[in-house]
Design a protein around this ligand. Structure first.
Ligand code: AMP
Length: 224
């Protein structure tokens, strides 16, 4: 099963992606995670990408497009993939569609998690990362996934790990607004990419405003 998942930063796309990955046993490929891993390891790719990411800008297409298209050719993608964070603009959508046709790769589903811009922003600013597993959801503004408290300190609500952290680009309002500006742009941005696919494959729309469980139930039902 090959799936693309769209949603603004803060829509819970990463959390839902992890649930879909488990259910369909496909690798969850997140462009943001690939970039952050490369930055952590100090690779050439990481060095090139860092300044763009810190500002909330997109990493240029000539770096991102080949990186992702090559990733989809790796052996673990043979039985399917869930791609998250790509395409992010119309140019990437067109390149992706062309590559899929060339490789005779089928796109089974496109998932769009919808959420208003103001709620998405609040969610991002409340997001806290578990140092043990990034897929342990913690958010100081969402009751259902509030971090637990231990000895007066916030700890991961799933595994109890302390040292919950925030992503640097999650606390910078200018960077958040820039990222959302790109996402909600219906002319050349990410919503333009969603519309591009709406003309070509079935797009499953899921309301991202309820809690993690409700959203995942709706999503898994629609995926069938
Ligand atoms: P994310 O973890 O999805 O929020 O991505 C973090 C950052 O990585 C984004 O703000 C961009 O700077 C960069 N990035 C992620 N995906 C892409 C993409 N498809 N094209 C260009 N830059 C990207």
């Amino acid at each position: 099963m090959n799936i693309l998942i769209f949603g603004p930063n803060g829509s819970g796309k990463g959390t839902q992606g992890a649930i879909v990955q488990k259910k369909y046993s496909v690798p969850h490929i997140e462009t943001g995670v690939i970039f952050r891993d490369n930055i952590k390891k100090g690779t050439d790719l990481g060095k090139k990408a860092k300044a763009f990411i810190d500002r909330g800008d997109l990493v240029p297409d000539d770096i991102t497009i080949p990186m992702i298209l090559n990733r989809l050719k790796e052996p673990d993608c043979k039985s399917g993939w869930l791609l998250d964070g790509f395409p992010r603009n119309l140019a990437q959508a067109e390149a992706m569609w062309k590559a899929l046709q060339n490789e005779k790769m089928k796109l089974d589903y496109v998932v769009e998690i919808t959420l208003s811009r103001d709620i998405a922003k609040r969610r991002i600013m409340g997001r806290r990362l578990c140092p043990v597993d990034n897929n342990h959801p913690n958010n100081i503004y969402i009751d259902a996934i509030k971090p637990a408290m231990k000895d007066g300190k916030m700890v991961c609500r799933v595994c109890g790990a302390d040292n919950l952290a925030s992503r640097a680009d999650d606390q910078d309002e200018v960077a958040i607004d820039k990222r959302h500006g790109i996402y909600y742009d219906t002319k050349t941005g990410t919503l333009a990419a969603v519309h591009y696919f709406k003309d070509r494959v079935k797009v499953l729309s899921v309301d991202g405003s309820p809690g993690v469980k409700e959203v995942s139930e709706d999503l898994l039902l629609k995926l069938g």
